[in-house]
Design a protein around this ligand. Structure first.
Ligand code: FMN
Length: 217
């Protein structure tokens, strides 16, 4: 098979108006720097900056990763919602550790987080569930997420059944839809610049404080 290396390497990367990253002038917490970078990504027109790659560990110790939507960032961590009985939910129940990776094209910035994941109290999942459109709630209720779908028509039947239930009882909720918070021990901010000199800054939790270290690129 013909090599695709020249093709992939010919595609532009780390493009955009790049900022200098002054690691001396950063906030005390990674939450604040993350929100600065996030707001900047939105202002620069980055599409869907709230989508992140969430990596977990399966029962065999193998990594697993997928996209999820970031829903909040605060002292409790980086929040996302998922079905507790999905593979990721089961993986997190067994091994409550995860990583999140953000890359915002056009900013040449990456943010990586690693740490413990906690399922938030049930009310948080319920509030998120209730805020979703009816069809999305029906899809969550019908979820047998990541099981093999033998007959595509089974999905339509399952979703239509849940939609009918919801129309009869709009207060219906999912007992499995859960809000999670990834509370990082490490958060690394990575920035390229016009001369491809990468600047990396890692925040590390130490007790109640965050320490900061520059990393070799
Ligand atoms: C852009 C995008 C956003 C997504 N957001 C979520 C999300 O917030 N929560 C979720 O459970 N799945 C989300 N998904 C679907 C997951 O990537 C994944 O396919 C699904 O949750 C099953 O993952 P699992 O088998 O590892 O549990 C999203 C997918 C995409 C492409």
């Amino acid at each position: 098979m013909e090599s695709r290396i020249p093709y992939f390497k010919s595609l532009p990367v780390l493009t955009g108006a790049l900022s200098d990253f002054d690691t001396q002038a950063v906030p005390a917490t990674p939450q604040d720097l993350f929100l600065q970078w996030f707001t900047d990504a939105v202002a620069r027109g980055v599409n869907e900056p709230q989508v992140t790659t969430l990596s977990t560990v399966d029962p065999d110790g193998a990594p697993d990763a997928r996209s999820v939507m970031l829903l909040d960032v605060n002292v409790d961590g980086w929040h996302f919602a998922a079905n507790a009985i999905s593979p990721k939910g089961r993986q997190l129940a067994r091994q409550p550790q995860a990583a999140m990776t953000f890359y915002w094209p056009g900013t040449a910035r990456q943010v990586r987080l690693r740490g413990e994941v906690r399922a938030l109290p049930r009310e948080a999942g319920l509030t998120d569930f209730r805020s979703r459109p009816e069809k999305s709630r029906a899809a969550i209720l019908a979820a047998r997420q990541s099981e093999v779908l033998e007959q595509p028509a089974d999905l339509d039947v399952a979703q239509a059944a849940q939609l009918a239930r919801l129309q009869q009882d709009p207060a219906l909720s999912s007992e499995h839809w859960t809000m999670y918070a990834l509370r990082p021990l490490d958060v690394e901010f990575w920035q390229s610049n016009a001369v491809r000199r990468f600047t990396r800054l890692r925040y590390r939790q130490q007790g109640q404080q965050w320490t900061r270290q520059r990393l070799w690129p």
